[in-house]
Design a protein around this ligand. Structure first.
Ligand code: KG4
Ligand code: ZN
Length: 359
C-alpha cells in the first residue's frame, strides 16, 4: 500500500512515497535555506513563493524515484498544520487537487504527529516496535512539546515551551553571533571545541506546569554575555565568511571563532540539552513510560543524542535517522498509514490550520 506524502509547513518543500508505512521508496526535500539564510530566518512570503515554484517538480521527482504512478497510490497525505499558513496552503491545495483528479483519499496530517511517526516508521521497518506508552519529545524550530503517546496513537500534551522553541533558541543565538541561519547545525559542529562548563546559565523555576519549557531567558543571557564584550569585529568577520561561502566548513568557522566564543556555544548547547532531557525524563516518569521518542530538527544534535544515550534512563530512547529528523514528507506518509487503515479520510474542503494542536 503506497502513500504519497506532501509537506510544506515551513521552509522545506517535500514529497515522499512510503510503502506499508515503513519502506521509504523516495524522499525528496527541496530546501529554501539559501533563500532565507540571507535574512537570518524564514520570511513567510518568500517561503510561499518558493513552495509554489518547487511543489510540482518535487512531487514528480518523488513519484519518479519511487517508480510509482499516481494510479498505484492508495492515498495522498498532506500536512494540514501547524505551520505558516501560506506555506501549508501550497502543499495542501496541491494534494487536494491530485486527490480530486485521481479519486484518491486525502489524509490530513498534523506536522507534529508526523515528527513522531518518523520514529514509528523506522521502528516498523526494523521490526523492533516502539513500546507504549511512550514519551515523545518533539523539538524543532517551531515546537518543543512533550506528549504521552498511547497505543493506537492517542496523544496527551504534558508540557511545552512558553516562549521560544529550542531550535529557535539555537537559531537566534547563532544569528546574534554572526553564524547565520539555521543555527543548530553550526553550534552542534563547534560545541565540541569549547568547554561546556565555562559559562554558567541558570533557568528560572517554572510557575504552574513544571514540565513546561522556557528558552527566552537563556537567549537573553547570551545577549548580555555578548554585550559585556567588545565582539563587533569578530561577529562581522563571521558574517563576511557566511556571505562569501554559504555553508562554511568547520575549520573555516574555527579560524574566525576564538576560544571564549566556543566556550559560550558549548555551554549554551549543554544548557539546552540539560533542560530538554531533565523535563523529558520527569515527564516519562510521571506516566511510567516504556520508551522515549526524541524527534524534530533538534533531534539531529549530536550532543543531545549522546547525552540521552548515556543518561541511563532505564528504557529505550529512539531517535530518527538524521534525514528523517528535520522536515520531510516520509514522516507525513508514515503518519497517514494508520489513519488510512482507520478510514480517517479528510474532506476536500479541509482548511490549513496555522495553530493546529495535536492534543
Ligand atoms: O524540524 P525542522 O526541520 O523544522 C521545524 O519544524 O521547525 O527543525 C529545524 C530546526 C532549526 O531550528 C535548526 O536550527 C534545528 O532544527 N537543528 C538543529 C540541528 N539541526 C537542525 N539544532 C541543533 N542541532 C542540530 N544538529
Ligand atoms: Zn518540523
Amino acid at each position: 500500500m503506497r502513500i504519497l506524502g506532501i509537506e510544506s509547513s515551513c521552509d522545506e518543500t517535500a514529497a515522499s512515497v512510503v510503502e506499508d508505512g515503513k519502506m521509504v521508496l523516495s524522499s525528496v526535500v527541496a530546501s529554501q535555506m539559501t533563500t532565507h539564510g540571507k535574512y537570518g530566518g524564514v520570511v513567510p512570503e518568500l517561503a510561499s513563493r518558493e513552495h509554489l515554484r518547487a511543489i510540482v517538480p518535487v512531487v514528480r521527482e518523488a513519484l519518479g524515484q519511487a517508480g510509482t504512478r499516481l494510479g498505484d497510490l492508495a492515498a495522498i497525505a498532506a500536512t494540514v498544520g501547524p505551520g505558516l499558513v501560506g506555506s501549508l496552503l501550497v502543499g495542501l491545495t496541491y494534494a487536494k487537487s491530485l486527490s480530486f483528479a485521481r479519486g484518491l483519499p486525502l489524509i490530513a496530517v498534523n506536522h507534529i504527529e508526523g515528527h513522531i511517526h518518523a520514529v514509528i516508521l523506522e521502528a516498523r521497518r526494523a521490526e523492533t516496535p516502539v513500546e507504549f506508552p511512550a514519551l515523545a519529545l518533539v523539538v524543532s524550530g517551531g515546537h518543543t512539546h512533550l506528549f504521552e503517546v498511547l497505543e493506537g496513537f492517542h496523544y496527551r500534551l504534558l508540557g511545552k515551551t512558553r516562549d521560544d522553541a529550542a531550535g529557535e533558541a539555537f537559531d537566534k543565538v547563532a544569528k546574534l553571533l554572526g553564524f547565520g541561519y539555521p543555527g543548530g547545525p553550526v553550534v552542534d559542529r563547534l560545541a565540541p571545541y569549547g568547554d561546556g562548563s565555562a559559562v554558567r546559565f541558570t533557568f528560572a523555576k517554572m510557575k504552574g506546569n513544571a514540565l513546561d519549557f522556557s528558552f527566552s531567558g537563556l537567549k537573553t543571557a547570551v545577549l548580555r554575555w555578548v554585550e559585556a564584550r567588545d565582539m563587533e569585529s569578530e561577529i562581522e568577520t563571521r558574517r563576511a565568511l557566511r556571505r562569501e561561502r554559504s555553508v562554511p566548513m568547520t575549520e573555516e568557522w574555527l579560524a574566525v571563532t576564538p576560544r571564549p566564543t566556543l566556550d559560550l556555544l558549548a555551554s549554551f548547547q549543554r544548557a539546552v540539552i540539560k533542560e530538554l532531557l531533565t523535563r523529558a525524563a520527569a515527564s516519562a516518569e510521571s506516566m511510567d513510560a516504556r520508551s522515549m521518542i526524541i524527534s524534530g530538527g533538534v533531534a539531529c544534535n549530536s550532543g543531545l543524542r549522546g547525552a540521552a544515550r548515556s543518561a541511563g534512563l532505564g528504557y529505550p530512547v529512539h531517535f530518527p535517522s538524521p534525514g528523517l529528523s528535520t522536515d520531510n514528507a516520509a514522516m507525513i506518509a508514515a503518519a497517514a498509514f494508520p489513519k488510512l487503515a482507520r478510514g480517517e479520510v479528510a474532506s476536500l474542503d479541509i482548511a490549513a490550520q496555522a495553530n493546529l494542536s495535536l492534543a
